[in-house]
Write a protein that binds this ligand. Structure first.
Ligand code: OXD
Ligand code: MN
Length: 603
C-alpha cells in the first residue's frame, strides 16, 4: 500500500473550486512554483468529489475498500511503518524569539526554518497532484470559527479532512474576498516519508503551518493539532478566548436538568470513551451526549464559559474499542469511516485487539503491515495507535446543540491522567486558582499516540504539553486571567480512572461506571453533593458517590479515594521539580499554591 501516489487526471467540473480571495490565490501560486505539481485540484467538499477521490485512492492503492455488507462505504489505509504517531521531537514552534515558544516547545528560527522547508519542498510535488482544501473550524455561525486552507499532495489527507472539518463552499463563503481577512495557511507534503526529513513547523505570527515527511493524521490533518490547538492557543490568548485539548459532553438528569462538562485528558486516555459514555442500568433516565471528543474552543459571555467543538469528526484510537467499552463509537465506525493501521480479515472486514469483548478474533488476518497474522502470532494485528476517522454525525449520542455557534455553557472542567498511584478517583479544587494549579501540575503515563517510551509518568499541563503554541508560563497566566473575568466560573475537578491496587490490578472499572463520578460532579455544581475537605481538595465521602449495583469491593473504593501522605509528599516534590524545570516562567500565584499544598501535608 502506498502513501505517495502519482498525479490524478480529473474531469471538467471537478477540482475547480477556486476562491476569489487574492491572498489565497497568491499563496497557492507561490507553493505551486516551488513544489511544481503536475496539476492542482481545488476541492469543493461535495459528495461527487468525495466519490471520485475515493475511487482514485482505491485505484492508486492508497485505500482498500472494505466489505460493503460488513462496513458500508468504509476503507482501510496502511501507513508507512515508520510513520504511525505524532512526532513531538520534530514538532517546532517558530517564533521570532525562543522565549516566546517557551521551555516546553522545540523552538526554531522562523527565517532559517522557512528556508530549510523551502529547500525540502522544492520540486517535491513533481509527478503528483496538489490538492487545495478550504475548511472551517467551528460551527458556521460561531464568532470564533476560523478559516484554514491546506495544500497537500496526499489524497488520504483530503478524504480525512472532509470527515474532520467542514470543508468547501462554507469556508470560501466565510473568508470572502478581503485579502486582509484572517485565515490559516497550511502546507503539507509527504516528500518521501523519510523520518530524517519529517518536520511539523508552526509560525504563529504568520498564522502558518508547514508539515513535511509524514502521512500520519496528527502530523498532517493540519486542522487538528496544528491549527485548532497550537496556532489556536496562540490566537486564543491574543484574542481573549481558550483553545484546549478537551472533550465536551452534556449530562442530563432524569428530571431534565442539563449540564455541560469539558475534560482535559492526555492523548489515548479515554476522552472519546468518556464523551460517548452510556450510563449503567442503575442510572435509568440519565443521558450523556457528545459535543466533542478532543478539542474545545471556549469563550466568555456574561461571566460564563461557553464551548464549541471546532471539529466535524472523530480521529480516535481503535484498539480496545468494543461494544462493551464504547457502543456509541462502535456504531459510529460501523459505516462511512476510514480506518488506518488496523488488521484486515479474510472476508474484508476490519479487526483489532479488544474488538470482541470475549477476547475472540479471526483465525487469520493481514496485520497492519499486510503480513499474515494468526492468533498464535507474537505481534499485534492492529498497531496500538491505529485510528478511525468518522463523521460526528455518525454518533448516536451527538448533542443537539453541537452546531450552536454561541457554544454550550460549561458547568465543570475536569483534568485527568493515567496514574497508577497517588491520585484519587476524583476530587474538587477549592477555587479557580487552585484548579489552575491542578491543571498545571497534572501528569500521565505516556501512550502510543506519540513516538517514544510508553508508560512513563510525565507532567502534561492541562493535557497541552505537546499542543500549547507559546510559552507555557504565559499560558498559565492566561488561565489565571480568564478566571478573573468569570462571575460564574465552572467548578474544577481532577479524576483518575487508572489507579491500581497492590497487585497491579485496576481498582475502578471505568467506562460507563464513570457516570458515578460524573453524577457527583453534577451534584457539586448544583450545590447538593456532599464532600469532605482534604489537603488536595474536596473529596467525596463513600456515601456521597452513587455506588449502587457496582461490583467493586468496598475496600477498593476506600483505596480509590485514599490520600497517602507519603505518596503526596513525593508528588508535591515532583510539582516543584517540574516548576523549577520551566526556568522561572511559572506565575507567582501557582508557586504560592504549591507552597500551600506542601504546608497542608505538613500539618
Ligand atoms: C489525538 C492525540 O490524536 O491527542 O487526538 O494524539
Ligand atoms: Mn488529542
Amino acid at each position: 500500500m502506498k502513501d505517495i501516489a502519482p498525479a490524478i487526471s480529473f474531469p471538467a467540473g471537478l477540482g475547480e473550486n477556486k476562491p476569489e480571495n487574492q491572498a489565497v490565490l497568491d499563496w497557492v501560486r507561490e507553493v505551486e512554483l516551488l513544489a511544481r505539481p503536475d496539476n492542482i485540484f481545488w476541492c469543493d467538499g461535495s459528495a461527487r468529489e468525495n466519490e471520485f477521490l475515493l475511487d482514485q485512492a482505491c485505484r492508486q492503492n492508497v485505500l482498500i475498500k472494505l466489505n460493503e455488507k460488513k462496513v458500508p462505504r468504509s476503507y482501510l489505509h496502511r501507513s508507512n511503518p515508520n510513520d504511525v504517531a505524532r512526532v513531538e521531537q520534530f514538532t517546532f514552534i517558530c517564533t521570532p524569539t525562543k522565549e516566546e515558544a517557551g521551555p516546553t516547545n522545540n523552538w526554531s528560527d522562523p527565517a532559517k526554518t522557512y528556508s530549510k522547508l523551502q529547500g525540502l519542498l522544492k520540486d517535491a510535488m513533481r509527478g503528483r497532484t496538489m490538492f487545495v482544501i478550504p475548511y472551517i473550524m467551528g460551527p458556521p455561525d460561531s464568532p470564533i470559527t476560523k478559516v484554514g486552507f491546506e495544500i497537500t499532495d496526499s489524497i488520504y489527507v483530503v478524504l480525512s479532512m472532509r470527515i474532520m472539518t467542514r470543508m468547501g463552499a462554507v469556508a470560501i463563503h466565510r473568508l470572502g474576498p478581503d485579502p486582509k481577512a484572517e485565515w490559516n495557511r497550511g502546507t503539507h507534503s509527504l516528500l518521501d516519508v523519510d523520518p530524517a526529513r519529517r518536520f511539523i513547523c508552526h509560525f504563529p505570527q504568520d498564522n502558518a503551518i508547514i508539515s513535511v515527511g509524514s502521512g500520519y493524521g496528527g502530523n498532517v490533518l493540519l486542522s487538528k493539532k496544528c491549527l485548532a490547538l497550537r496556532i489556536g492557543s496562540y490566537l486564543a490568548r491574543k484574542q481573549g478566548w481558550m483553545a484546549e485539548h478537551m472533550l465536551i459532553l452534556g449530562v442530563e438528569s432524569p428530571t431534565g436538568r442539563k449540564h455541560y462538562v469539558a475534560a482535559a485528558f492526555p492523548s489515548a486516555c479515554g476522552k472519546t470513551n468518556f464523551a460517548m459514555l452510556i450510563p449503567p442500568r442503575h442510572f435509568k433516565g440519565w443521558k450523556v451526549t457528545t459535543v466533542g471528543d478532543d478539542i474545545a474552543w471556549m469563550q466568555i459571555r456574561d461571566g460564563r464559559i461557553y464551548a464549541v467543538n471546532p471539529e466535524n469528526g472523530y480521529f480516535g484510537v481503535v484498539p480496545g474499542t468494543s461494544y462493551r467499552s464504547n457502543p456509541n463509537a462502535m456504531k459510529s465506525i460501523a459505516h462511512d469511516s476510514l480506518y488506518t493501521n488496523v488488521a484486515l480479515t479474510d472476508d474484508g472486514d476490519v479487526w483489532w485487539e479488544g474488538k470482541n469483548p470475549d477476547g475472540s478474533g479471526p483465525p487469520h488476518a493481514l496485520d497492519w503491515r499486510a503480513r499474515d497474522w494468526t492468533p498464535d502470532s507474537n505481534e499485534k494485528a492492529a498497531h496500538p495507535n491505529s485510528r478511525f476517522t468518522t463523521p460526528m454525525r455518525n454518533n448516536p449520542a451527538l448533542d443537539p446543540d453541537v452546531e450552536k455557534g454561541d457554544g454550550v455553557p460549561i458547568s465543570a472542567i475536569i483534568f485527568g491522567g493515567r496514574r497508577s498511584d497517588t491520585l484519587p478517583l476524583v476530587f474538587q479544587a477549592f477555587d479557580w486558582e487552585h484548579g489552575v494549579y491542578l491543571g498545571s501540575t497534572m501528569a500521565s503515563e505516556t501512550t502510543a499516540a506519540a513516538t517514544g517510551a510508553i508508560g512513563q509518568v510525565r507532567r502534561d499541563p492541562m493535557a497541552m504539553l505537546p499542543f500549547c503554541g507559546y510559552n507555557i508560563g504565559n499560558y498559565f497566566r492566561h488561565w489565571l486571567n480568564i478566571g478573573k473575568r468569570l462571575t460564574n466560573p465552572p467548578l474544577i475537578f481532577n479524576v483518575n480512572w487508572f489507579r491500581k491496587g497492590v497487585h497491579g490490578q485496576f481498582l475502578w472499572p471505568g467506562f460507563g461506571d464513570n457516570m458515578r463520578v460524573l453524577k457527583w460532579i453534577v451534584a457539586r455544581c448544583e450545590g447538593s453533593g456532599g464532600a469532605v475537605k482534604s489537603p488536595t481538595g474536596w473529596l467525596p465521602a463513600l456515601n456521597d458517590l452513587d455506588l449502587e449495583e457496582l461490583e467493586v469491593e468496598h475496600k477498593c473504593i476506600v483505596e480509590l479515594l485514599g490520600i497517602d501522605h507519603k505518596e503526596w509528599q513525593r508528588e508535591v516534590a515532583e510539582h516543584k521539580k517540574f516548576f523549577d524545570s520551566l526556568g522561572g516562567v511559572v506565575p507567582e500565584e501557582l508557586l504560592k499554591q504549591r507552597e500551600e499544598l506542601e504546608a497542608r501535608f505538613k500539618i
